[in-house]
Design a protein around this ligand. Structure first.
Ligand SMILES: Cc1cc2nc3c(=O)[nH]c(=O)nc-3n(C[C@H](O)[C@H](O)[C@H](O)COP(=O)(O)OP(=O)(O)OC[C@H]3O[C@@H](n4cnc5c(N)ncnc54)[C@H](O)[C@@H]3O)c2cc1C
Length: 501
């Protein structure tokens, strides 16, 4: 009897010793976490960086009715031309470098311009450029379809997504531009043109990935795909051999619907351990319509994620949990469910700080080299790095200012930083070192984020930029469509110094 009691007490103590520290840890993270997501800035007044406070001259909400929107926009472009004023175009303003902002500009809030219709036979969605994925996904889900290529969150507008030429977990695919059949655009001259691979082809390739500098994109014809079900299959890998591992795991496999990788940011094996998760197609009796569920966001997942801030213990714990339990717990999930996640689930709720993204595109053959060069950069700067995800992107044949001229792997880095000047300066120094590492491996960096690159780095990464901005001047000689991205980098090419950052 005594032995039995001793054993019971021993087990209770063992369980308390194992669970006590994480329980106390998560309780502290929960206690410190803000109660609600931070409010999103209104169009033209800031962007997702929360580092771009701005005063527009006016913000105009664009009508949802296409004919009314066209009249409204044409009148605005005429007025801007007559008054010599500027127009900035804003979707969900989740770009982070003032791409939707220009001092004293008229800002177009495109979000209300969101009507859509689907031709199920041709699988073409015709959609107003202000529509967000969070509106499109339920619409398509109800009809058994899904978006072909988009970001890994649902917050973004179609206009913003095609103007940065986004990409996501849809592996072995070029960026979203490859799914755009055509769009209509209102140019600086006031004309409305239809652009596709056969009509106004030059403008098609300039406006896709064109950061709102060539006109207002109106309706977009997007190719969609059938909705389907997946089960996650995680594989532990060595990041130094990421490309080989990825190709070995996916080569010739038609059952892989999506794929992404994570590289460890926890100190125990910082950038020396990784996981590639394949989302494998799963035949099922379940209907592929109305697959979205009203599941409550998991508080525990948020605490696990945010617990990494300022805590090596939190980072190590998160990696251990991801390594042993995966991220989806082996659940059957529809493509639409996976892509329907808002970004604010895991975002900071601290008004004094912000979460900032970077992305580096590295040719497959040199990814290991980049990881080897980036690691000492992090160890030197010691930023608060919360996450690294990896996606492969196939060559982009459509956009002019392209980032994927060949197969590249995008490393998406999520940082947490203060909103003060010193934190910004530290982030700028880190960014420049990481860009140098990427350039030395034949890579590029992604343009919708903070404008920390020097002019030289920008031109080295995007040598086609000179021609791009020359074309901008040709299509828009009065400079009606302006934003801080142009202010920072486009001026270079007219011999004027870049200004804002
Ligand atoms: C949390 C988070 C996660 C992200 N994840 C990913 C990811 O997984 N993959 C990825 O590729 N990117 C990702 N991004 C970057 C994101 O794709 C871009 O910031 C994108 O621009 C967001 O869309 P938006 O509607 O907010 O665009 P906005 O920021 O509103 O606009 C972006 C650019 O498009 C222009 N524009 C917008 N609408 C129009 C229009 N109708 N006509 C002409 N120009 C227009 C704007 O002027 C601006 O230059 C992420 C960003 C954040 C903040």
């Amino acid at each position: 009897m005594r032995i039995k009691k001793t054993l019971i007490i021993f087990f209770i103590l063992l369980i308390a010793a194992a669970l006590g520290p994480p329980v106390v840890f998560f309780a502290r993270v929960w206690w410190r976490d803000g109660a609600a997501p931070l409010p999103v800035a209104t169009a033209g007044t800031d962007d997702a960086s929360r580092l771009n406070a701005n005063q527009p001259s006016e913000v105009i909400a664009i009508a949802s009715d296409p004919a009314e929107a066209e009249r409204q926009l044409s009148a605005l472009v005429r007025r801007a031309a007559e008054q010599g004023s500027h127009i900035s175009i804003s979707g969900a303003h989740h770009s982070m470098g003032g791409h939707t902002i220009y001092p004293e500009a008229i800002v177009l809030d495109m979000l209300p311009f969101n009507r859509m219709s689907l031709d199920e036979k041709t699988r073409i969605l015709t959609v107003g450029s202000g529509a967000r994925w969070s509106e499109i996904i339920p619409y398509l889900d109800h009809r058994g379809f899904a978006v072909a290529v988009m970001q890994s969150n649902n917050d973004f507008s179609v206009g913003g997504s095609i103007s940065v030429n986004c990409h996501g977990w849809q592996n072995d695919s070029p960026p979203i531009s490859s799914t755009v059949e055509s769009f209509r655009i209102l140019t600086a001259s006031g004309s409305i043109l239809r652009c596709s691979r056969t009509e106004n082809q030059e403008l098609f390739s300039l406006a896709l990935g064109g950061y709102g500098l060539f006109g207002v994109i109106l309706e977009v014809n997007l190719r969609v795909v059938p909705n389907e079900f997946y089960v996650a299959e995680p594989h532990r890998i060595d990041p130094a051999d990421y490309t080989c591992n990825y190709h070995d795991l996916t080569w010739g496999r038609s059952d892989v619907g999506m794929a992404y990788g994570r590289i460890n940011v926890a100190p125990n094996s910082f950038m020396q351990a990784g996981i590639i998760t394949l989302l494998k197609r799963q035949p099922t009796d379940r209907a592929t319509v109305d697959t979205l569920t009203d599941e409550k966001p998991s508080l525990l997942k948020r605490l696990v994620f945010r617990g990494g801030i300022g805590s090596d213990y939190g980072k190590n714990l998160r990696w251990w949990l991801e390594k042993h339990f995966g991220e989806t717990g082996g659940k059957l999930l529809s493509r639409n469910q996976i892509m329907n996640e808002p970004s604010n689930l895991y975002a900071t709720r601290d008004p004094a700080s912000t979460d900032i993204l970077h992305e580096y595109f590295i040719p497959g053959a040199r990814l290991g080299e980049f990881i080897g060069k980036a690691r000492p950069v992090f160890l030197k700067h010691r930023p608060e790095l919360l996450n690294i995800t990896v996606r492969n992107v196939e060559p982009d044949r459509d956009t002019f200012l392209r980032y994927a001229s060949e197969e590249v792997f995008g490393l998406v880095l999520l940082f947490h930083q203060g909103r003060d000047g010193a934190s910004e300066a530290a982030m700028q120094a880190l960014t420049r070192d990481l860009i140098d590492a990427a350039l030395s491996c034949g890579g590029r960096y992604y343009l919708p984020y903070r404008p920390h690159a020097t002019e030289e780095q920008f031109l080295q990464a995007y040598p086609q930029a000179r021609e791009f901005f020359a074309a901008k001047r040709r299509y828009d000689p009065a400079g009606i469509f302006e934003n801080k991205f142009f202010l920072n980098y486009g001026r270079l090419l007219s011999g004027q110094p870049a200004q804002e950052r």
